[in-house]
Design a binder for this molecule. Structure first.
Ligand code: CTP
Length: 398
């Protein structure tokens, strides 16, 4: 999984430094090359010899050591790795990075790393009072905003006996986070994937709307997975509680008509269009500009919204078109009809009555129906796993 990847592992002076030895071992087991840079304080907790023996590489710690051979070792170290991980990262170290201080090798390397080219993960480790100190909180927020990734510490009993947040994440969790940051495969390089996600909201008045239970999770998982596989991703989403995945071009919309307009505007860019959005089929005929005051019974007339997918199917050019079908009965039959009526290449059929499937879950259980009539029944899996699987299948059609 991490074959051909070089990870720079920075170790600062905290008791959790012993966990970095285990992290280095796990990374090497995954096929990564690990280059260790230690601070002087880290050497009080774990020896360079331990890290050298585990990684099979010399350990760097000094800014000016003639034996390193290069006069610009800090630049070389900053350019070589695919990712930088500092574990543990002490309060002092976070403060230095936030302030741009470069007074030893590791802090200088961090300043020389181009964050746009390689991710930097920081795994804080400190006493809980220190972790909650306003200075440390502000440094962490500032670094997050600048694009550093945090492996947030865990709560528990700390080395000093205090109980609370501050314990460094376990090496296995850190390994998972590192693996998640690397694209599984780059098989979508050069392709543009347009994903619609979430519900739409159809306003009745300034405070009320018609909508549905869509969480947006499936669409966001697809956007994230497509981006990880190297695609340019356009995510057009109705209102959700989710953060857009990093690196996607995000277009927030509210109503079905707004979604229609943005999709039609961006259509010419797309090689693949995946319509996970739960678009409201109807909207109130009239949107009141003032809040409706209660009185007698209220009759609201609903009128049809455009069917975005239908329109995409009828205009179908060079793009692959994938729809979703949310059903509560006759799953395969209804999905087949939608596949044909909307001129799709693939439809993902969702039985909303299945346990663990549908809108509000992290998991999904679906059938994939292809244009040639073939049906693939899939087991329950996370939406993220399903997203990768759908992208794999689409790649075969392309
Ligand atoms: N869809 C769309 N525009 C709409 C309604 C649906 O683009 N106005 C898309 C959805 O994004 C999804 C697919 O059509 O990919 C199927 O949506 P679904 O709600 O399951 O079906 P409908 O076509 O709306 O049919 P019905 O509500 O009658 O089941």
């Amino acid at each position: 999984m991490l074959k051909d990847k070089t990870i720079l592992l920075g170790i600062t002076g905290g008791i959790a430094a012993y966990k970095s030895a285990e992290l280095a071992r796990l990374l090497i087991k995954e096929g990564a090359a690990v280059q260790v840079v230690m601070t002087a304080n880290a050497e009080a907790f774990i020896t360079p010899l331990t890290m050298r023996t585990l990684t099979g590489r010399p350990v760097y710690s000094s800014l000016f050591n003639p034996s390193y051979g290069s006069a610009t070792v800090h630049i070389d170290l900053a350019r070589e790795p695919h990712m930088v991980v500092v574990a543990p990262a002490t309060a002092n170290f976070l403060g230095k990075i936030a302030a741009g201080i470069a007074d030893d090798l590791l802090s200088t390397v961090l300043l020389a790393v181009n964050l746009k080219e390689r991710p930097v993960i920081l795994a804080p480790s400190m006493n809980t009072v220190m972790f909650h100190n306003a200075a440390v909180r502000e440094n962490i927020e500032l670094l997050r905003k600048r694009g550093y990734i945090f492996a947030d510490p865990l709560a528990g009993v700390l080395a000093c006996g205090d109980v609370g947040e501050g314990r460094m994440v376990e090496p296995a969790q850190l390994l998972q986070l590192i693996k998640d940051k690397f694209p599984a495969r780059e098989d979508y390089g050069g392709l543009t994937v347009l994903v619609t996600a979430g519900p739409t909201r159809e306003l009745l008045d300034p405070v009320r709307f018609f909508s549905n239970h869509s969480s947006g999770r499936m669409g966001y998982a697809l956007a994230r997975a497509a981006r990880e596989r190297g695609a340019r991703v356009l995510l057009i989403s109705g209102p959700t509680a989710l953060e857009p995945p990093p690196g996607v071009e995000f277009h927030p919309v509210v109503s079905a008509r707004e979604m229609y307009d943005v999709v039609m505007d961006k259509l010419f860019l797309a090689d693949v269009i995946i319509k996970t959005a739960a678009v409201a089929d109807y909207r109130p005929e009239e949107t009141y500009s003032q809040k409706i005051k209660k009185g007698g019974d209220l009759l609201v007339r609903l009128v049809r919204n455009p069917d975005i997918l239908q329109e995409l199917g009828s205009r179908k050019g060079n793009y692959i078109l994938v729809g979703f079908a949310a059903e509560t009965e006759n799953l395969l039959n209804n999905a087949h009809k939608k596949l044909a009526a909307k001129n799709l290449d693939l439809i993902v059929a969702n039985d909303l009555t299945e346990e663990g499937a549908g809108f509000t879950y992290e998991t999904n259980k679906v059938n994939l129906l292809y244009r040639d009539g073939h049906v693939e029944e899939l087991p329950l899996m996370t939406k993220y796993e399903l997203a990768h699987l759908i992208l794999e299948r689409i790649k075969i059609i392309i």
